[in-house]
Structures are given as structure tokens and as C-alpha cells.
Design a protein around this ligand. Structure first.
Ligand SMILES: C[S@@+](CC[C@H](N)C(=O)[O-])C[C@H]1O[C@@H](n2cnc3c(N)ncnc32)[C@H](O)[C@@H]1O
Length: 248
């Protein structure tokens, strides 16, 4: 018996991995994060137990897993995007280790990747930014010292801010001194869902654009000069005359 933490991807049911889909279709128990995992991802399942974890607290989820374990039933624990990011799998894994219940993590397409795809953007352009900071707005979960937005912004790297659209004004105030008012920023709402929508602007005008759209939740903020930049060097990898192992 194994608990499979499965990344469901950002919304589009075609963006789950083949492995994740196979496990969902074969596990007798499915526990899925219903707030962000679309029902279509569960299509074709044969499970006898299907539970939406949005309605449960941690101990109730662990009880379900313990019951499945006692029956020798595999569990598909389905999380949105990639489970390793803001998926709250760490606390479940801690229990599973204590209980000696085996588990495996099946990665998924994270929201940042889906949003970059939607914008047609590369998040790491030579000379512009070679790092991507994945972070969140601190609301109920406090940010550890040194990870405040203003502090991360000092790097000027591409940044993906989760769980923050509701606090956009505060976020912009923290980013502005480091990125500058003309820095491109995009807010992507429910990327890859049928009702996906987004706006692109600058730190100066994005708040008005987002207010006009009315995005309140399930939106990612992507900021950085890689967005819309045409000024960058070509990679060494594909440069004619640059020899390497596969192109001596
Ligand atoms: C609890 S986090 C889960 C992140 C998820 N594990 C991942 O890898 O994408 C939820 C936040 O991720 C972002 N998010 C998740 N899915 C999204 C989507 N389809 N479009 C835009 N943002 C999304 C939003 O910021 C949302 O508030």
C-alpha cells in the first residue's frame, strides 16, 4: 500500500502527467484538493472512495489514509499544480513517516510554468534574469526572516508571487523600489482553466488593470524584465561556433 501525492497540474486536465493519470485511474481511494483540482482530472477513476479534502482538516485526512492503509488500499492524494509548492504535503508526510505508511510524490505542472506558457515567455533570459523566485504573499502564514517581498525583490530576478492578488497594492509597494515603475508585470487568473484570463502591464498601471478585471483569487503575479524583453543575448548552447559534447 502506498500513498501517492499526485500533482494535478494547473487546471487543464490534459496537463496531468501520464503517471498521475494512471494512478488516479487505478487507486481505490482518492483524496483530492477540490478547491483547485478540477473534477475532470478524476475522470475514468474506479475508486470506491472519493473525498474532497477541502472539507476536511489534517487529522481527518490522516484518518482516511490510516483506514486505507489498514485495508491495504493505495491512495491517490491529488494536489493542484506541483505538490511540492504550497501543497501542505510536508505535514501529511510527517504523519506518514511516523505511522510507517509508504508514500511517493508524482510531480505536476506548477502554476508558474503554466502562466509562463500562456504569456509565451521564457522566465530566464541571458543578461536579463537567470533566476526565478517562487514565493507567496504572507497572510496567515508568516514569512521567515529575510524572505519578505522587499528583501527578495532586491535581487531583481523574475518573481512568481502566489496567493497575493487580493493584496496587490501592498505587494506593488514592496516591489516598486527594486524593480522600478516601468518593470513589466502580469497577473494571470486561473491559467489553463476554461475561464482563464490575464493582464499585462507595468508596476505603475497593473493595479487598475487588475481591478477592472476583478481578479480576487487563484491568480499568479509574475514580475520581471524578462516579460516582453527583446533585449537579451542568445544562449551559448545554440550559438554557431560554440562546441560542446553533442556538437563538437
Ligand atoms: C495553494 S497554492 C498551490 C500552488 C500549486 N501547488 C502549484 O504548484 O501551482 C495556490 C496558488 O497558486 C496559484 N495558482 C494555482 N493554480 C493557478 C492557475 N491555474 N492560474 C494562476 N495561478 C494559479 C495562485 O496564486 C493560487 O492562489
Amino acid at each position: 500500500m502506498t500513498v501517492y501525492f499526485i500533482g494535478a497540474g494547473p487546471g487543464d486536465p490534459e496537463l496531468i502527467t501520464v503517471k498521475g493519470q494512471r494512478l488516479i485511474r487505478s487507486c481505490p481511494v482518492i483524496i483530492y484538493a477540490g478547491s483547485l483540482v478540477p473534477a475532470a482530472v478524476l475522470e475514468g477513476h474506479q475508486a470506491e472512495t472519493v473525498v474532497n479534502s477541502a472539507e476536511l482538516h489534517l487529522e481527518q485526512i490522516i484518518e482516511l489514509i490510516k483506514t486505507a492503509h489498514a485495508k491495504g488500499q493505495d491512495v491517490a492524494r491529488v494536489h493542484s499544480g506541483d505538490p511540492s509548492l504550497y501543497g501542505a504535503i510536508g505535514e501529511q508526510i510527517r504523519y506518514l513517516r511516523e505511522l510507517n505508511i509508504p508514500f511517493e510524490i508524482v510531480p505536476g505542472v506548477t502554476a508558474t510554468a503554466a502562466c509562463a506558457a500562456l504569456l509565451g515567455a521564457e522566465l530566464t533570459l541571458p543578461d536579463v534574469s537567470q533566476s526565478v523566485i517562487l514565493t507567496r504573499y504572507a497572510d496567515k502564514t508568516a514569512m521567515p526572516a529575510g524572505e519578505e517581498l522587499g528583501s527578495l525583490a532586491q535581487h531583481g530576478a523574475t518573481m512568481a508571487i502566489h496567493l497575493g492578488v487580493h493584496h496587490l497594492e501592498k505587494i506593488l509597494t514592496e516591489l516598486l523600489p527594486h524593480y522600478g515603475a516601468d518593470c513589466p508585470i502580469a497577473v494571470i487568473h486561473r491559467a489553463t482553466w476554461p475561464d482563464q484570463d490575464w493582464v499585462v502591464g507595468t508596476l505603475e498601471d497593473i493595479a487598475a488593470k487588475v481591478a477592472a478585471k476583478g481578479f480576487r483569487r487563484t491568480a499568479l503575479i509574475l514580475v520581471g524584465r524578462v516579460l516582453g524583453s527583446e533585449v537579451f543575448s542568445e544562449s551559448s548552447l545554440y550559438r554557431a561556433g560554440h562546441a560542446h559534447l553533442y556538437r563538437p
